[in-house]
Design a protein around this ligand. Structure first.
Ligand code: ATP
Length: 201
């Protein structure tokens, strides 16, 4: 299956765009959903985290103590690397397996930090959802009521707009109405269908 990696900065419209692809029966696997699923109680990945970082990573009820883990890796970059070395291969294997369950010409892996974590080789094409930074800030402010300061610090932790665009195979600019976005998604959908037909010949 032709595999598209969909990514973009905070508030650019990744979720909105994935919904428009889903409306066209394109399977979408979300990295955030998978990364939560694999650390549910009794999952092997959770046991792996406990064996690596100690039993303090578990709450009394057996769930992952996200706050503890976040603080642990925030204070120690080598632990952050260890965590990523454990999680990323499991996440990508699971995402590819989930996608393979669909009988579809192409599918989408939605990965907000695809480029920041240098995983573009996991997909056939990188699709970047892009919009002006002023739109990003405004949309996130309206949606989540976050402060400018917090939004800026999240944006600064993500890769720059120019780097993201330079690594893209396809760019979807989400700077107009939702109707115009829908039209752009339709064009891209037709392009991916054509491309996947070529891939299978
Ligand atoms: P995050 O990175 O925070 O998960 P995201 O990239 O998934 O965000 P969305 O949640 O899709 O972005 O969009 C952010 C907000 O902007 C949402 O409230 C969405 O409804 C709105 N939005 C997205 N695109 C448009 C558009 N073209 N016109 C108006 N509102 C939009």
């Amino acid at each position: 299956m032709l595999t598209i990696g969909l990514t973009g900065g905070i508030g650019c419209g990744k979720t909105t765009v994935t919904q428009l692809f889903e409306k066209r029966d394109v399977p979408v696997i979300d990295a955030d959903v998978i990364s939560h699923a694999i650390v549910q109680p009794a999952q092997p990945t959770l046991l792996l985290l406990k064996n690596t970082f100690g039993k303090q990573v578990l709450l009394a009820n057996g769930e992952l103590d996200r706050k503890y883990l976040r603080e642990l890796i925030f204070n120690d970059p080598s632990k952050k690397e260890t965590l990523e070395d454990i999680m990323h291969p499991i996440i990508y294997t699971r995402m590819h397996n989930e996608l393979a369950k669909f009988d579809s010409p192409y599918g989408i892996l939605s990965v907000p930090l695809l480029l920041e974590t240098n995983h573009q080789t996991q997909v056939d094409r990188v699709l970047v959802i892009d919009c002006p930074e002023t739109d990003q800030i405004q949309r996130v402010k309206t949606r989540d009521q976050l402060s400018d300061q917090l939004i800026n610090s999240i944006m600064n932790a993500q890769c720059s707009r120019s780097l993201r665009i330079s690594l893209a195979d396809d760019i979807l600019i989400n700077n107009k109405s939702l109707a115009s976005l829908d039209t752009k998604v339709q064009k891209l959908h037709e392009f991916y269908l054509q491309m996947s037909a070529g891939k299978n010949n």
